[in-house]
Design a protein around this ligand. Structure first.
Ligand SMILES: C[S@@+](CC[C@H](N)C(=O)[O-])C[C@H]1O[C@@H](n2cnc3c(N)ncnc32)[C@H](O)[C@@H]1O
Length: 249
C-alpha cells in the first residue's frame, strides 16, 4: 500500500513532462511545412550557385568525357586523319586555297588556318554559320557563307581563279546539323566544280561509306562513272572513308 501512494504522488510530475512533450510535438507539426519549404528554397539556391561555378562546369565536362571517352577519342583521331589527308594533297598539288562545304563548328577551318592562304566554307544552318562567323571574325583569310552549298557554290567559284582543294563535307548528320532539300548536295556541288576546268583542283569527299545508293547518296560506282564522264583523265580512288578525285601526276 505505501508503494502505491508513493507512485501516485509522482504522477503530477509525469503529467507535466507529458504536456511539455505534447507542446513541442504540436509546435513541430505546426511548423514542419514551413521548415520543409525553407529547406527546399535553400537547396534550390545552393544548387543554382553551385551550377554557376567554374569548378562545377569543369566537373560536368570531365564526367561527360569519361562517360563518352571512347566516342570522343575516336572522333578526335578520325578528324586528325582527315586533316592529314587534306595536308597531304595540299602539299602534293601545291594548293593554297581551301574550299569546304559544311562548316559545322569550324573545326576543319581552324585546323587548316596556318596551312592555306585563303579558306572558304559554306554552312546551311543559320545558327552554326553565326557561331562560326563569331569564331573567325578576326581572321581575314577566312570567308564564310550561309546557304545550300549545291546552290551557292557557283557564286563563290566565279570569284576564285586559283587552284582549289575542295573538302566536300556538307550533309545532314543528325543532331544540330541542317538538312537541305536532299541529305547530300554532292552531285550539284560536283556539277559546279566541273564547270571550272581548273586542272589543278583536288576534290576530297568525306564519308565514302555513305555512298550506297540510299538517302540521296549515289552508289560509289555511279559516282565514279559520273566523275569520269566529266573528265576521264581524273583519278578516282577511295581510302580511309575519303573519296579522292584528282589529276594524275
Ligand atoms: C559533318 S558536318 C561538317 C564537319 C566539318 N566539315 C568538319 O570537318 O569539321 C556537316 C555539316 O554540313 C551542313 N550541311 C548539311 N547540308 C548542307 C547543305 N546542303 N549545304 C551546306 N551545308 C550543309 C550541316 O549543317 C553540318 O554542319
Amino acid at each position: 500500500m505505501p508503494f502505491i501512494v508513493e507512485e501516485f504522488n509522482k504522477l503530477p510530475n509525469l503529467n507535466l513532462k507529458l504536456s511539455k512533450y505534447m507542446n513541442i510535438k504540436k509546435y513541430f507539426l505546426k511548423n514542419i511545412f514551413s521548415i520543409k519549404i525553407l529547406s527546399k528554397k535553400i537547396k534550390f539556391k545552393l544548387k543554382f550557385w553551385i551550377k554557376k561555378t567554374f569548378f562545377f562546369n569543369m566537373l560536368k565536362k570531365l564526367l561527360f568525357f569519361f562517360k563518352n571517352k571512347k566516342n570522343i577519342l575516336q572522333q578526335h583521331f578520325t578528324h586528325k586523319r582527315k586533316e592529314r589527308t587534306i595536308l597531304f594533297y595540299k602539299k602534293k598539288y601545291n594548293i593554297h586555297t581551301l574550299l569546304e562545304t559544311g562548316t559545322y563548328q569550324g573545326e576543319m577551318i581552324m585546323a587548316m588556318l596556318n596551312h592555306f592562304n585563303k579558306l572558304y566554307s559554306i554552312e546551311l544552318s543559320i545558327s552554326l554559320f553565326e557561331k562560326a562567323k563569331e569564331k573567325f571574325k578576326n581572321n581575314k583569310k577566312v570567308q564564310l557563307f550561309q546557304g545550300d552549298s549545291g546552290d551557292i557554290l557557283q557564286q563563290i567559284l566565279v570569284k576564285i581563279d586559283t587552284p582549289c582543294l575542295f573538302w566536300l563535307d556538307a550533309h545532314y548528320s543528325k543532331g544540330i546539323t541542317a538538312r537541305g532539300l536532299l541529305e547530300t548536295p554532292i552531285i550539284k556541288e560536283l556539277e559546279n566544280i566541273f564547270q571550272r576546268k581548273n586542272i589543278n583542283d583536288v576534290i576530297l569527299v568525306d564519308d565514302a561509306r555513305c555512298f550506297n545508293g540510299t538517302k540521296d547518296y549515289p552508289t560509289i560506282e555511279n559516282l565514279r562513272k559520273y566523275v569520269l564522264s566529266k573528265n576521264n583523265n581524273l583519278e578516282f580512288k577511295i581510302s580511309g572513308d575519303i573519296i579522292r578525285i584528282c589529276h594524275k601526276i
